[in-house]
Design a protein around this ligand. Sequence first.
Ligand code: ACO
Length: 453
Amino acid sequence: MGGRVENVGVLAMELYVPSQYVDQTELEKYNGVSPGKYTVGLGQSKMGFCSDREDIQSLCLTVLHRLIEKNNINVHDIGRLEVGTETIIDKSKSVKTFLMTLFAKEGATDIEGIDTTNACYGGTAALFNAINWVESSSWDGRKAIVVAGDIAVYGKGPARPTGGAGAVALLIGPNAPLVFDRGVRASYMAHAYDFYKPDLASEFPLVDGKLSIQCYLSALDSCYNLFCKKMRKTDPDFRGLLSLDGMLFHSPYCKLVQKSLARVCFNDFLNSPPEVREQQFPGLSKFKDYKLADTYFDRDVENAFMTYSQKLFDEKTKPSLYISRNVGNMYTPSLYGGLASYLVSKSPKELVGKKFALFSYGSGLASTMYSINICDDVSKLNGLIDSLKLSVSLLDKRESVDPAVFSDIMDLRTANYHTAPYTPTGSIDVLFPGTYYLTNIDDQRRRTYDRKV
Ligand code: ACO
């Protein structure tokens, strides 16, 4: 095989979110913070979480098995399986090797790829590996699967309401309905201690909240400007946000995403020639000499561009926030939950021919902006959208859990994080049918799973 194939992208997509959540209004009361702090201040409604019955391997098994089942995938047609996660339960053995149980039992073991880790960016890096493989001379004609999953939990304190959990699986190959643009990926990678997990005995990260926001926004500035520059090489008329139908972001919490869209507009404003600036950004000229680096926490700039961008946000970004608002930060799958939300918010007819940019950010830090084009053929899209709608509809079937019970479950996870042997006690009844769950960790720390029928 080999040679350059066309229209490489997402052929099918699956999403899994845990069956339990805590309501953010109730969490505000329970944590004794002012009403609106999580729901308005962070823009979050519900936060998904897992009991000790689920771990990173069970999440990834669940979403992968569903993708295979729903799309009748012949496992022998898969030549690459990539996992992106920052939920580390083994310093050597990859989650990918565990997922091989679904393939090896059919005799399918010629499958490249392992795990990729850098905070919330690992899923994107895994995705790029898969795309690169299909477009490379190593490609043997088979498809790739990318699984991104995480359990995002924080210790008690201001970061806890920004947790979440979930997994996505993407089937990647040529002639796809969602096609990745070539040659325009724009990355920004640097060292920062904004969010990191140096304590291997703990599930929780160390977080410098304010620095993490600054890092996120500065990475966005860099990626967006470079992305526009690369786009203009092939399309000199490219006008930034105005040339895009949608703009999707990694979502730690929805409010930061809304601020990010405002930030994109601020970038467009600074990059506009004076005559365009006056016309496109009326009343904002007083900000023309402002510098990006001085304005991460500048309230005047933020408020002015939040107001300016409200309509653009409603149109191009808000539809991507449904899962983020109702599940929380899923870490590596967060951006792809955004993609799923955006896709199910419209009919296939409305989606055809649309172009949107995606911003992936992982603390530490690694970030990229890239773009996807939706094909012109409605019939190619129908299956993907219908299947995603089914997955997303499960959000309404979840069980609400009292914040005190949620807190006890978090305490139990923390207390037993490194216990072996260990038999989990979390309810199996609450899990959705088809969910994999942990049955045991033996004295050699080997994990076994079962699947709920
Ligand atoms: N009603 C409405 N809004 C309120 C209320 C209220 N009652 N109380 C507070 N707010 C607003 C604040 O004004 C603030 O708004 P602003 O962002 O516009 O300034 C917002 O709610 C957050 O409140 P703060 O007191 O400023 O911040 P807090 O101490 O709650 O911490 C943070 C928020 C930093 C996001 C914390 O949750 C955190 O550390 N999360 C994890 C790190 C993170 O997600 N970083 C983002 C990028 S890195 C990544 O993806 C992991």
